[in-house]
Design a protein around this ligand. Structure first.
Ligand SMILES: Nc1ncnc2c1ncn2[C@@H]1O[C@H](COS(=O)(=O)NC(=O)[C@@H](N)CS)[C@@H](O)[C@H]1O
Ligand SMILES: [Zn+2]
Length: 483
């Protein structure tokens, strides 16, 4: 059975606002600072489970978690010229302490390359200490001037996981970029989040990077959201900090760096990616509640109490097998109202228990994604719940990938590219000569953003012509309407 996705697709931003508030995930728009919201308990748990997953992946690949100060002195932040040029319009400054003016302006970190490189230059002297792979999970602050949106475009990015690595050579750092891409692939795959991998064009790489590789996904409104980025920073920051190490051959040289980050956006995608008009479907990997048990009351008091006792038995059984479950035995609400709220919270499985289930020693299990249900004998409930959660993981991922694939189109006709992006958004792939001028021209003509060169597919374009200048195409180029 397919639930309607009318609202979800046609009015996605209203749908997201409605879900975040009604499901008590994240309260946005009422806290009296623009671009800053409040994680409420249920949402906080989803966020914690998501961060636990990325921490596991980083800790198991030699990364060490650290914590750097929030405030970065002006001269440090401005040390790398490209970096500050890219961020200067987005930096929040602290200029007073109490009633005193500070003699040095302090930035609220927009990201931490400068503070981390500065400290590394005091800690690291030799290639023997390399590679170093640090990460931190912090708030970063960016005075975003484009429309702020809950989780998607914040001014306080509260779940910013930034990794910063240090290497002897350019090649070592390039290998680290590949490792980081692998880690993010595992992370998004485990969460069932579909992604495209593109190398950003030179004019849109991270400020202070050699190159940027980005993970993008297509949201329900068919606009593209950048959900993670990996940057090769070369020696940009180590040169700016005059930070040299002794190399294997005894010479002194600036080490090479990478950095890679994800943010609250991952939670926004998790909530949105498999939603329908009843609400989100929280992926079983990070759902705080895997199963909600809803007792169906009987008229007779006696029987109603027995049903609740039987439901509690089932709950204990699931809990004893480490399945997070809750019983909604609130006598004030009807089963229908309970179905509504728990579908809105996106709990993957629901177990309905009435007098019939109690008498037959069965339970009735319903999937949140298809709302299909089936009766299961009590002794099979643990096995069946585990089995259904695994099936849902697979189905949710496939359904999300199908949604994304349908919105990637290829064309060699500039007008058609413009038409597609205007009418359907999504992603358009076109043959490109590799000249930046043609890429920038494309953005102008289509009023869309170049995502970059695809790294996850190689369509044969050997005899295609650049969609702008008709010279032989060197590669494909992706364009999209983005957040
Ligand atoms: N204002 C924002 N609100 C929510 N998420 C954001 C915001 N700005 C960036 N992000 C997310 O954070 C990720 C990393 O940000 S970034 O600028 O691309 N890269 C860095 O800051 C590098 N220092 C790597 S951590 C982006 O890919 C994007 O998914
Ligand atoms: Zn061209």
């Amino acid at each position: 059975m397919k639930l309607s996705r009318e609202k979800w697709e046609k009015n996605f931003s209203e749908w997201l606002d409605w879900v975040l508030k009604e499901a008590e995930i994240y309260d946005y728009g009422r806290y009296p600072v623009k671009g800053m919201g409040v994680w409420m308990p249920y949402g906080f748990k989803i966020r914690q489970n998501m961060l636990e997953l990325i921490r596991k992946l980083l800790d198991s690949t030699g990364h060490e978690e650290v914590l750097f100060p929030l405030l970065i002195p002006e001269d440090l932040l401005k040390r790398e010229s490209e970096h500050i040029r890219g961020f200067e319009n987005e930096v929040y400054w602290v200029t007073k302490g109490g009633s005193e003016d500070l003699d040095v302006k302090l930035a609220l970190r927009p990201t931490s390359e400068t503070s981390i490189t500065f400290m590394e230059s005091l800690w690291i002297k030799s290639y023997k200490q390399l590679p170093k792979k640090y990460y931190q999970v912090v708030s970063v602050f960016r005075y975003e001037t484009k429309a702020t949106r809950p989780l998607i475009r914040l001014r306080e990015v509260t779940s910013f996981k930034e990794a910063h690595t240090l290497h002897e050579t350019y090649e070592d750092a390039a290998k680290q970029v590949e490792e980081a891409i692998g880690i993010y692939k595992k992370f998004f795959d485990e969460l069932g989040i579909p992604y495209m991998l593109s190398k950003r064009p030179d004019w849109d790489k991270f400020a202070g990077a050699e190159y940027t590789i980005a993970f993008d996904t297509i949201m329900p409104d068919s606009r593209v959201l950048q959900i993670g980025t990996v940057h090769h920073l070369g020696q940009h920051f180590t040169k700016a900090f005059d930070f040299k190490i002794q190399r294997k051959d005894g010479s002194l040289d600036y080490p090479h760096q990478t950095s890679y980050g994800i943010s609250d956006r991952v939670v926004a995608v998790l909530i949105a990616i498999n939603g329908d008009d009843h609400g989100p479907i929280i992926h079983p990997s990070i759902a705080p509640i895997k199963v909600v048990i809803i007792p169906i009351p009987a008229k007779d008091e006696q029987i109603a109490q027995k049903v609740i006792n039987y439901a509690r038995e089932i709950a204990e059984l699931l809990k004893s097998h480490d399945i997070t479950v809750i019983i909604d035995d609130d006598m004030e609400t009807t089963p229908g109202e309970k179905f509504y709220i728990w579908e809105l919270k996106g709990v993957p499985l629901r177990i309905e228990i009435g007098p019939r289930e109690m008498n037959n020693n069965t339970v009735f299990i319903k999937r949140r994604d298809t709302l299909e249900g089936k009766s299961v004998p009590k002794e099979k409930v643990v096995e069946e719940v585990r089995n259904l959660l695994d099936i849902m993981k697979k189905d949710l991922r496939e359904r999300a990938y199908q949604f994304m694939r349908e919105r990637i189109r290829y064309t060699e006709d500039l007008n058609e590219a413009k038409k597609i992006l205007d009418e359907k958004a999504g992603v358009v792939e076109v043959p490109w000569c590799g000249e930046n001028s043609c890429g920038l021209r494309l953005e102008e003509v289509t009023n869309a953003r170049v995502l970059g060169i695809p790294l996850d597919e190689n369509k044969d374009i050997s005899n295609s012509k650049c969609i702008v200048c008709k010279k032989p195409a060197m590669s494909m180029l992706r364009l999209a309407k983005t957040y």
